[in-house]
Design a protein around this ligand. Structure first.
Ligand code: PXL
Length: 284
């Protein structure tokens, strides 16, 4: 039994308030037993979704020196997990990070954070989607929502409910960009269930994982889902099972937050779902 601890490099911003990006990735992946090295791409007082007047300290200038320092230490990563990136320069730097740290047996996971509900986040221009597409070309796994997926393949956003044929066509177009595995979030075929579709291009299989649809749009849930997915994959779960675990973790976090009537901008109470998450991962 090899008990070497696995290690992820998580490259996202830190939003001080309003749980998302690194304030979500770090606790979730660490709780699952995975060492999490971070590159904060920016420090904000809050995320940009629904708040005004937030601070934004850009840390672009620190990315390459961090990479070079880590190279000099000969650090290896079992996965590189990227999320919110604020500029074209950051996309280029992250692409260079992939070149430096990619190994035959490690995984590049790109969450192309840029849009939701049919709209780009306000700080991005449509050209940013082309830059994000280029980064996705280098990924092993991408985790877009349906809005991001539509932007990546250059198609107009379509409102749900969706059909299996629509989702499967979209998954194939996404894998034609480069990644062999796609986990598409925000999939629903009716108003009762919501979940994700996991596509493996090598075996050409699609597996769905659904849970009860909870009304309301809760911020940071894409990052909760992505972090749980990365944690499950690194704990050696197949993509379809990892997707199921991540859907269950995210939904239970949203459910608890909805019951507490928390402001939807503040992020979800994923912390209380961690014990069940660890049981699902067979760590408890
Ligand atoms: O959860 C995605 C995200 C991450 N980081 C920042 C954001 C958002 C979404 O709005 O604004 C700074």
């Amino acid at each position: 039994m090899n008990n070497r601890q696995k290690r992820v490099s998580a490259i996202h911003d830190i939003s001080g308030f309003g749980k998302c990006s690194l304030t979500v990735a770090l606790p979730i992946i660490s709780a699952a037993g995975i060492e999490t090295s971070v590159i904060p791409t920016a420090v904000l007082s809050t995320h940009t979704g629904g708040f005004t007047g937030y601070t934004y300290r850009d840390l672009t200038e620190d990315i390459m020196p961090t990479m070079q320092h880590w190279k000099s230490l000969n650090i290896r990563f079992d996965a590189i997990y990227t999320g919110f990136l604020g500029s074209f320069r950051q996309l280029d730097m992250v692409a260079e990070f992939f070149e430096e740290f990619k190994k035959p047996d490690n995984l590049i996971v790109v969450d192309p954070v840029m849009a939701d509900n049919g709209e780009l986040y306000k700080i991005f221009t449509p050209e940013f989607a082309l830059g994000m597409r280029k980064l996705c070309e280098k990924a092993d796994i991408i985790i877009p929502n349906i809005t991001e997926a539509s932007l990546l393949v250059g198609e107009p956003y379509q409102e749900g409910p969706y059909t299996g044929a629509f989702i499967e066509k979209l998954l194939k177009k996404l894998s034609a960009i480069g990644p062999k595995k796609i986990v598409l979030t925000g999939v629903y075929f009716d108003e009762k269930l919501l979940g994700a579709a996991a596509y493996d291009a090598i075996s050409d299989t699609v597996d769905y994982a659904f849970s009860r649809k909870i009304p309301g749009y809760y911020h940071g849930t894409g990052d909760v889902f992505g972090s749980a997915l990365v944690a499950a994959i690194l704990n050696d779960f197949e993509l379809s099972k990892a997707t199921e675990i991540a859907v269950r973790f995210t939904t239970s976090s949203i459910q608890r937050t909805a019951e507490a009537k928390t402001d939807i901008r503040f992020g979800v109470n994923f912390e209380a779902s961690i014990p069940q998450f660890l049981k699902d991962l067979k760590l408890l």
